[in-house]
Design a protein around this ligand. Structure first.
Ligand code: GLN
Ligand code: ZN
Length: 684
């Protein structure tokens, strides 16, 4: 039995983040970025010394997919020739005259890749050619099929034609590398199938290939997969438990790289991992077996040293893998407890969808700009430099100011501004029992990192969480103030969930805590309550056979948060993504009065597809992009609702997400939106 991993985070000491952001701020040269990269490479190499097969080219200074695109010369024309790091980094960031490339979620993780835009045929770049440095390390590459699955094709070539050309360039790159083994990653076989022509590509490779399919089981295409001409296959036995059943026809002459420990969670190994390994060993001989985490370790923080609880991050997982090989692993005795999921269908009995009295009602998504001052106060409170009273007084002033500004803008439904929250998940996690906060960070995209809380026990609401802020905000105005909560699915999706009970069971636990909060808000006279669920789409399992179960319980748990509210309460939800088709039926069953969506980039298309899908309630149109400081034109805003053939009283106008990361320009943007609304109402 041998050991390996698929990849490590790039977060060591945040050297890369600091160098890249420092470069953008004009504080250091490009050279510092290369130096940081080199230091991280050395550090990560050191961590892998104990492994039989270490990996390289497994991380990038910004995003591996972007780096692969540049390596094959596939950059959009609007950025001109990519000469320097500055040009490279401008692709995800945008330039004055060139809009940034879009970002999309990497499968069902919370990591975002930069979407390649293909405008010409691929050609291996001399300048940006990826280089291997150590023949004894395997060289990690996102495979051509997955690369194409994530790309936008703006050429006249078909996907198959592009594949033919691209895969030839891959062959050139791979055959020119010093490395003996290539880790070729093709998770898109799970979502787009395994094409017949794939084996022709592999035949041209003169290296040993370890072909990896992670994030699910290779159910539908295992026979075809196992016939491919490679040295070995990497399979995921954590997110793809059913891979165990497919091993009976695993080819005897091939190597299996078995993902036996969870690369995407932080709990220590347990007796479940042991059982998985034992079942694998019944079918695969030790000589043909590598053990590894199920995916790259970029989805967990680097080291758990100094954390409150003994979690297993990347460094610890390498130790676990080594210990398993040595027979020295300590498996915690946990088994998946079958928590019964409620049979009850939670919904608001006798509820009629609420409709606004004014046409084109207006609101925002919740957060207002979090100034440096707000973050500073929070830090001072954390460090004990200021008292709780002083902090609360400060937050109240922020709320007061925010309400005043919204009244001046003449918005219809106001919000308190979320100044008390560092992050929409972290804030509730800190206030509910059952979550443990961590210091370690996980890359979310580019130079951005998040600290997902860990679910370590039963979730309980100890005290009301948002009540005092909502009550205070409402006391300042005659207009309704929306209560603001993070939904149960998003709370679990953006945390590290427990592994001893199902995710679905955890949705219901969080939902119960939130239900208590909702009931308190209603009692306090808060009429409008928004429950954000931006992660529902992302949580959709890759394995199609698991989708129905997931959606049924995700939506039921969501509804259970508010099923007890009286009829006159108005429930809003917000989702910032625009791929509804696959989950349309579930969305229709959310039972909310208003659903606000991101629709500025799709220019109303998303709302239209919702309407055509028979969505029964009002739609909150995200009419401009909050991720940009640009002030939208009134005409652009007006166009979006006008393309919809919907009752204006059922169309809300709002920004497409929270305003938290914006500065003062947020108020100018909102003013444009209000100008647009005025014109729309006059037209009526
Ligand atoms: N209410 C949250 C906010 O306004 C929603 C954020 C989100 O959808 N990601 O910040
Ligand atoms: Zn959003």
């Amino acid at each position: 039995m041998k050991t390996t991993i698929l990849g490590l985070p790039n977060s060591y000491d945040f050297l890369i983040k600091k160098a890249v952001e420092g470069f953008w701020a004009g504080e250091n040269s490009e050279n510092e970025i290369s130096k940081a990269r080199y230091k991280v490479y050395n550090h990560n190499s050191g961590l892998q010394e104990s492994l039989d097969l270490p990996v390289e080219n497994d991380f990038d200074i910004y995003d591996r997919l972007l780096r692969t695109a540049v390596n094959f010369g596939l950059t959009p024309k609007r950025f001109g020739e990519i000469k320097k790091l500055e040009d490279y980094l401008s692709i995800p960031r945008g330039k004055q005259d060139a809009e940034a490339s879009p970002m999309v979620k990497w499968f069902n993780t919370n990591y975002h890749v930069v979407q390649p835009e293909i405008e010409k045929l691929p050609e291996l770049s001399e300048n940006w050619r990826l280089k291997g440095t150590d023949q004894n390390k395997k060289f990690a590459l996102i495979g051509p099929w997955t690369f194409l699955a994530y790309s936008v094709n703006r050429t006249n070539y078909s996907k198959e034609e592009l594949f033919e050309k691209l895969s030839d360039e891959y062959v050139k790159l791979i055959n020119g590398l010093p490395n003996k083994i290539i880790q070729l990653e093709e998770p898109s076989f799970l979502t787009q199938g395994l094409p017949d022509f794939y084996s022709k590509f592999l035949e041209k490779i003169k290296k040993k290939v370890h072909l990896h399919v992670y994030f699910g089981a290779v159910n539908d295409f295992s026979e075809k997969l196992f016939k491919l001409p490679v040295e070995g296959f990497g399979l995921d036995f954590v997110d793809g438990e059913n891979n165990l059943n497919l091993l009976s026809h695993f080819p005897k002459d091939k190597i299996l790289i078995a993902g036996v420990i969870n690369g995407r969670n932080v709990h220590k190994i347990s007796s479940r991992n042991k059982r998985t390994l034992d079942s694998i060993l019944e079918k695969i001989s030790k000589e043909k077996l590598y053990i590894s985490p199920s995916s790259s370790l970029m989805h967990v923080p680097l080291s758990a040293e100094g954390e409150k609880v003994n979690f297993s991050f990347a460094v610890e997982k390498i130790k676990e893998i080594n210990n398993i090989k040595k027979g020295a692993a300590i498996y915690e005795e946990v088994s998946l407890e079958e928590v019964e999921l409620p049979e009850k269908f939670f919904y608001r009995a006798g509820h009629a969808y609420w409709v606004s009295e004014v046409p084109y009602p207006t609101t925002t998504i919740g957060s207002f700009p979090q100034t440096k001052e707000v973050r500073k106060k929070r830090n001072l409170l954390k460090e004990g430099e200021i008292s709780n009273e002083e902090y609360e007084q400060f937050i109240k002033e922020q709320i007061k100011n925010c309400i005043k500004k919204q009244e001046e803008l003449d918005l219809d439904i106001l919000v308190h501004g979320e100044f008390e929250r560092n992050d929409m998940v972290q804030y509730f996690a800190e206030n509910f029992e059952g979550f443990t906060a961590i210091n370690g960070a996980v890359q979310s995209y580019g130079t951005r990192y998040v600290r997902p809380p860990v679910i370590t026990g039963s979730i309980v609401r100890k005290n009301p969480v948002t009540l005092k802020w909502s009550k205070y905000a409402q006391s300042l105005t005659k207009k309704p103030v929306k209560g603001m909560l993070t939904g149960p699915v998003t709370m679990v999706q953006w945390s590290f969930p427990r592994e001893d009970i199902s995710k679905e069971a955890q949705y219901y636990e969080v939902a119960k805590a939130l239900r208590e909060e909702v009931n308190d808000l209603v009692k306090a006279g808060i009429k409008h309550i928004q429950i954000d669920e931006p992660a529902i789409r992302e949580g959709l399992p890759i394995d199609k056979s698991k989708r129905e179960h997931y959606l049924k319980h995700a939506i039921n748990a969501f509804r259970s948060v508010f099923y007890q509210v009286p009829n006159q309460a108005v429930i809003h939800s917000h989702m910032c993504f625009s791929e509804f088709p696959e989950i349309m039926n579930a969305i229709k069953q959310m039972n909310v009065d208003v659903l606000s969506i991101e629709d500025s980039k799709a220019k109303g298309k998303t709302a239209n597809s919702l309407k055509e899908g028979g969505f029964p309630a009002s739609i909150g149109l995200g009419v401009y992009d909050v991720h940009s400081p640009r002030i939208p034109e009134v005409e652009e805003i007006i166009k979006i609702p006008l393309t919809l053939n919907l009752d204006p009283k059922k169309i809300w106008l709002n920004p497409d997400c929270g305003l938290k990361t914006r500065g003062e320009e947020a108020y100018l943007q909102l003013a444009k939106m209000m100008e647009a609304v005025k014109l729309l109402r006059e037209k009526k």
